[in-house]
Design a binder for this molecule. Structure first.
Ligand code: ADP
Ligand code: MG
Length: 751
């Protein structure tokens, strides 16, 4: 059976309304061991014949048989496999990849060998056979014509394909080099079928076994000079099936790496554009991160899992016993009679002073939270102590890492800072960590200060003489002894100096208003009289360290924390109808709420008190949409960038790709290679950008400039950019492969 048979083969080119005959009615049969020289005038169809035989161009008429098998039904992938198995192609214009070294060019044809060492050894051996050992590391572009053609021959040998097609292989070489190449071709092809298209039959006269002349696309003469069997080994050499086929992905990976490394400048350029693109996405995402804070949690009552807020329907104030009994009958785990502490004053206005630097900020007061071991200073232990949790960008403001005990925070009182912990996530609100007692005291202070109107009257009586001093406000200080109050007033002090035996009474008239959503609001008035023995330092008052607004000459009443708490509680006992019950979880809370409602109470699980504010929701939605729009535009911008750079990179690669396809490297392998090459640019670029982001966010100087990004956002951005890159590469590769191999060879760098 003939190796290759052409039966009535015809190829017609139709373009722009013109029809050109490539070849027609070609009947030929070839065997192994033949060395066929094809001659004919320019335009007679020689190249067309080779292209049809190689499967790089389709034929419209007849049938081409390979080892007896018809091929007219072949699809692109079948032709790829066909080329990979049977064909080596040698062009007039040296179809080697200019950016690859001699070694890489040869190894390209050895991709089916999985073992790298074996592959390398075989490549070196073949290069030695064509006499190029000294040029192994030279790039294709640096070789002479003869050396290029030798490389191609070495590659043809590497493929070990039974058919070598050469289209004017010596057309661009001087006669001496031509002779060498002819000799080499002859030497390496004893058991193969060689078909050479040539202008000068004389060059090949010595080795050709057959001479075919083409005229106007048809065979004009077919002259067998020597029987092929005379030179070929007698036994029929079966094409050895490739040992073990490497997967497309593996081939693609090694090819992609080679392509990436072969054009370092282009790869760097790709990398750079990727950096610019991703950096842009990061910046915009960071800026849009502000939008994440737009939707605030607006629970009317502080949400705690399992919490039910309860109040009486008529506003009557339940006793502690009543609350305890209700808790027991409904199966509550715990109860809080005065739960105002939970819902009031969660965020405080803080004034932090350190060496003349003053920082005012809103902070959440928390207790029983663990800030970890890396706290600068120590955790608070007494009610008047506080541990600050501050953004890292404030560290330089305070000049040092440690905020010592001299630094004071005010919440309508003075606190001692025992330590500080800096955080990097600038989406967070600062926190003040207190002891449980400190938290309760602080809330009592604020509850009194912001829900009550307090008038203070001071009367000093000495015998028949009585003097009144007017006050309007009070403060709480941890420096005042338990149960006491300090009085500051220059006039009062002067009076006490002249009346040392005078007795003093302080009357606090408290008008307490209370608003609860469920149940009527209460207004209750109180009177609290502090008698003389509760007042200290009557005559020698001096400002207390850390007192908020006090200076000499000011008039103030300074209460101890215990006294403040006692007053707050007294106020609550007389007016506060609301309390909280705590159940195992929200489900249990919901069930209990129904039970309580049936018992005549207004009972609301804290989970159901979410109260969206329509106005701010609308604003948040609009702003978010705008941010998403900006973000989308940034993505498009990035897409444009990737498209631009990869188009440029692909264009520079078009000719090489055509050469690879002529060798039978499949579209899928090349596509994977292009993906790999893009990823090799993307991944370092991405890593660089992420490292920059981390540097920025860990730096106290720069942390505040960009909205902090979380791990999942880095992952999301990466996935987005990855998908975008792969999609664009896919489209571009498809666009390039829309053209036939031959056309891209002509249009590419080869011709
Ligand atoms: P040769 O290699 O012998 O010089 P070719 O095989 O290249 O000749 O061309 C044979 C004929 O087919 C010529 O008339 C040429 O113009 C035509 N031809 C070749 N390739 C194309 C093509 N891609 N589109 C249109 N006509 C073509
Ligand atoms: Mg030609």
């Amino acid at each position: 059976m003939a190796l290759l048979t052409l039966k009535d083969i015809g190829k017609i080119y139709a373009s722009d309304g013109n029809v050109a005959v490539g070849v027609r009615g070609v009947n030929l049969s070839f065997e192994r061991g033949e060395f066929v020289a094809v001659t004919g005038r320019s335009g007679s169809g020689k190249s067309t014949l080779l292209n049809v035989i190689s499967g790089m161009d389709t034929y419209e008429e007849g049938e081409l048989f390979i080892e007896g098998e018809p091929t007219s039904h072949y699809l692109q992938t079948d032709w790829e496999a066909y080329r990979e198995r049977y064909i080596s192609f040698i062009f007039q214009d040296y179809n080697i990849i200019d950016s690859f070294t001699v070694l890489q060019n040869v190894e390209l044809a050895l991709m089916h060998i999985e073992d790298k060492k074996q592959r390398r050894a075989k490549a070196l051996d073949l290069i030695a056979r064509v006499g190029l050992t000294s040029h192994i590391g030279h790039k294709g572009s640096k070789l002479s014509g003869g050396q290029k053609q030798r490389t191609v021959i070495a590659r043809a040998l590497a493929k070990d394909s039974p058919i070598i097609l050469a289209d004017e292989p010596t057309g661009n070489l001087d006669s001496a080099t031509s002779a060498e190449i002819v000799a080499l071709l002859r030497e390496v092809s004893r058991d193969k079928l060689v078909i050479v298209v040539t202008h000068s039959f004389e060059q090949f006269a010595s080795c050709a076994t057959r001479h075919i002349r083409i005229f106007d696309g048809a065979i004009e003469a077919d002259h067998v000079m020597t029987s092929p069997l005379a030179t070929a080994p007698l036994q029929v050499v079966q094409t050895a099936p490739h040992p073990r086929r490497l997967s497309t992905v593996k081939k693609g990976f090694s090819l992609g790496r080679a392509i990436f490394a072969a054009k370092p400048k282009l790869s760097l350029f790709l990398c750079l554009l990727m950096i610019i693109g991703t950096l842009g996405i990061f910046l915009v995402t960071s800026l849009c991160g502000e939008g994440m804070n737009l939707f605030e949690d607006t629970h009317m009552f502080t949400y705690i899992d399992g919490r039910v807020v309860v109040t009486t329907r008529d506003g009557s104030v339940p006793s502690l016993d009543t609350v305890a009994a209700l808790a027991a009958t409904t199966g509550a785990q715990s109860y809080l009679r005065y739960d105002a502490l939970l819902d009031e004053g969660r965020s405080y206005q803080v004034r932090l002073e350190h060496e003349g630097e003053v920082k005012r900020f809103a902070a959440n007061c928390v207790y029983a939270e663990d800030f970890g071991n890396d706290v600068i200073g120590r955790y608070p232990e007494a009610a008047g102590e506080v541990l600050l949790y501050l953004p890292i960008s404030w560290r330089p403001v305070f000049g040092s890492d440690t905020l010592t005990t001299n630094h004071i925070v005010y919440f309508g009182t003075g606190l001692t800072v025992t330590g500080v912990k800096y955080y990097y996530d600038n989406n967070l609100t600062p926190k003040c960590l207190l002891t449980e007692e400190g938290f309760r005291t602080l809330t009592a202070i604020n509850y009194l200060r912001y829900n009550s109107e307090i008038n203070i009257t001071v009367t000093a009586t000495d015998g028949s003489v009585s003097e009144r001093f007017g006050y309007t406000d009070f403060y709480t200080s941890y420096e005042v002894e338990s149960g006491k109050a300090y009085l500051y007033d220059p006039l009062y002090r002067a009076y006490m100096k002249t009346h040392p035996s005078a007795t003093t009474s302080v009357k606090l008239s408290i008008m307490h208003r209370e608003y609860t959503m469920y149940g009527p609001s209460n207004t209750v008035s109180f009177e609290k009289v502090l008698t003389d023995d509760a007042l200290t330092d009557k005559s020698s008052a001096k400002p207390i360290k850390g007192s908020p607004y006090l200076g000499y000459g000011d008039t103030h009443l300074m209460l101890s924390p215990e006294l403040t708490c006692a007053i707050a509680e007294e106020v609550l006992v007389k007016s506060y109808a609301q309390f909280s019950l705590f159940y195992a979880d929200d489900a249990a809370a919901a069930a209990a709420a129904e039970q309580l409602a049936a018992a005549g109470y207004i009972a609301v699980p804290s989970s159901t008190t979410y109260q969206p504010d329509p106005y701010s929701t609308v604003v948040a939605v609009l702003l978010s949409l705008a941010l998403i729009g900006v973000w989308g535009m940034a993505i498009l911008f990035l897409a444009f960038f990737i498209n631009l750079c990869s188009a440029r990179a692909l264009a520079a690669f078009g000719g090489d790709m055509a050469i690879m396809r002529s060798m039978g490297i499949s579209v899928r392998v090349i596509r994977v290679a292009m993906y790999v090459r893009m990823l090799l640019s993307l991944i370092p670029a991405y890593v660089l950008v992420v490292l920059t982001a981390i540097l920025i966010f860990t730096s106290p100087r720069f942390n505040a400039y960009f909205v902090y990004l979380y791990g999942w956002q880095y992952v999301l951005i990466f996935l987005g950019v990855l998908l975008l890159t792969l999609r664009i590469t896919y489209l571009q590769v498809r666009r390039m492969f829309g053209e036939s191999v031959k056309k891209s060879l002509r249009g590419g760098a080869v011709v």
